[in-house]
Ligand binder design. Structure first.
Ligand code: G3P
Length: 494
């Protein structure tokens, strides 16, 4: 029964007051201060999470540090078993977790189900992949001036305690994508869940606890980022920070984390370039899916389309014609709703509305949508947008796509490479060769040819350049990023 399995993590009142996990016990915060988690669907309180004091954070960190080396020394086959069991529990509680995600972050049941199943599959993949991570030995004689016999034995070892900070848009998946590699490489992991989405993330931590992660090795620190963030990221017990979230927060964390290793995936404004020879039907459908899925609240969501005025005219007509078939905004609990529901909060919706209005005031044309009702933003299409307009100069986490006219495709390259973001870009063309040549000119993490930007499949490398990220994620890449090399050199006896 889910109620029994998850009973410790809240006081089970309505709305529940959730607890934090100090590594051994689920506890209410001592300060009595809590953060409300508000459903974007109806404004109801889903529950509260405690805002921890610095003393409580110190306690969590001390427990994580104390438990780490025994965990790293636990045979890998046992750690793998624990992690696989967590994936099994996630599948077991699929329906329960889906219902929670729908209410907490406003996903449709289909989107929530895909997040949960993807998470279980990802965790299993991590647990399989870790077994192929091997050390190596190097002899000295390759380097000029050295004889044979000075041997470096190079192992991969844990950093210590990984701080995992996840965002609201995939609170289960993007928490698991940090917990699993951290644990498998022998680290302790302290989870700092997002406020919104935090309840789902606490459930995930409970699952890992129940799967057999030993005391202290997994724990949580809850509280709004503005209140506890600086203290947590600069905490001396934290050895590495893994973060997904917006770029401004990423820059601030990097400053506070000083020389700690970082694995960051931050914002993106993911442009699409449509070449004159592209299949415009395919491009239109991919643009709609890429821009409006989960109401545009994906770091990989399409934010703008670059093409010549002649192609833009045909493409916008097609996009507007296809939207009614693919997009049906509404309550994510309704089976009628397709792609667009409420954004995460009314405050977030107001910011999106403001970016639309400012861009329109500065000369953009709103050819569809543009209006807000509480947390709902209409699916919005803007034309005549220029790169300095707020709608694309900053990441807009909402259901808005902008069309930017270019005189040439060299101009498109210049615009993309001038942007302060560099997560992904897409190129649509029937000629894959020219797509490849064009793609190589773009300074972004990943270029997609004839498909919309996306993270998956999750074993592909996923990275951003500039303000979009630091380091590389993806199954093997995350395992490597959450460990370091430790060479031990055997010198020749004198
Ligand atoms: O942080 C990555 C997330 O926002 C996008 O993931 O799978 O929707 O491309 P995905």
């Amino acid at each position: 029964m889910p109620a029994d399995f998850f009973s410790d993590i809240s006081n089970q009142q309505t709305p529940p007051q959730y607890r934090y996990f100090d590594g051994s016990t689920w506890k209410p915060g001592s300060s009595g201060k809590t953060a409300d988690v508000i459903s974007p669907i109806d404004g109801s309180v889903v529950g509260t999470t405690p805002i921890l004091t610095q003393e409580e954070i110190d306690g969590v960190m001390a427990a994580a540090s104390a438990a780490q080396s025994a965990w790293e020394l636990t045979p890998l086959n046992k750690r793998v078993g624990v992690v696989h069991l967590a994936a099994d529990w996630i599948r077991h509680y699929l329906d329960y977790l889906v219902a929670l995600l729908v209410r907490e972050v406003g996903k449709s049941a289909e989107e929530a189900k895909s997040e949960i199943i993807r998470t279980a599959d990802l965790i299993d993949y991590f647990a399989d992949e870790v077994q192929s991570i091997q050390g190596m030995t190097l002899d000295s004689d390759n380097f000029p001036g050295f004889e044979k016999g000075r041997i470096a034995m190079i192992e991969r070892v844990a950093y210590g305690t990984v701080l995992a900070i996840a965002p609201f848009n995939y609170p289960v998946n993007l928490t698991a994508s940090k917990i699993a590699p951290a644990l498998l490489m022998g680290n302790s992991v302290v989870v700092k869940p997002p406020t919104q989405g935090g309840i789902s993330a606490l459930h995930l931590v409970r699952i890992f606890q129940k799967a057999g992660v030993p005391a202290g090795v997994i724990s949580t620190v809850t509280g709004n980022g503005e209140i506890i963030g600086d203290y947590v990221v600069s905490h001396p017990a934290v050895s590495m920070v893994a973060f997904t979230g917006n770029s401004d927060t990423g820059v601030a964390i990097a400053g506070k984390a000083a020389m700690k290793p970082l694995l960051f995936e931050c914002g993106g404004n993911n442009p699409v370039v449509v070449m004159p020879d592209a299949d415009l039907q395919v491009a239109a459908r991919e643009i709609i899916k890429g821009a409006f899925a989960y109401s545009g609240q994906r770091c990989t969501g399409i934010k703008y389309v670059l093409t010549t005025p002649a192609i833009r005219e045909q493409l916008v007509t097609l996009v507007l014609k296809t939207i009614p078939e693919m997009v049906h905004p509404g309550d994510p609990r309704s089976p009628e709703t397709k792609l667009v529901g409420p954004v995460i909060s009314e405050a977030a919706a107001k910011k999106i509305e403001e970016a639309i209005q400012t861009s329109v005031k500065n000369g953009a044309k709103c050819v569809l949508g543009g209006k807000r009702d509480k947390a709902m933003i209409e699916p919005t299409v803007l034309t005549g947008v220029i790169p300095s307009m707020p709608i694309i100069a900053k990441e807009t986490f909402g259901p808005v796509v902008s069309f930017v006219d270019v005189a040439s495709f060299d101009e498109a390259v210049a615009i993309i490479n001038r942007s302060s973001y560099g997560l992904q870009a897409s190129v649509f063309t029937k000629d894959e060769g020219s797509g490849l040549v064009f793609g190589k000119k773009l300074n972004v993490g990943t270029v997609q040819i004839n498909g919309s930007p996306q993270r998956g499949p999750d074993h592909f490398p996923f990275l951003g350049v500039k303000r979009s990220g630091v380091g590389v994620q993806g199954v093997r890449y995350s395992l490597e990023a959450m460990s370091r090399l430790r060479p031990i050199v055997l010198n020749k006896p004198q």
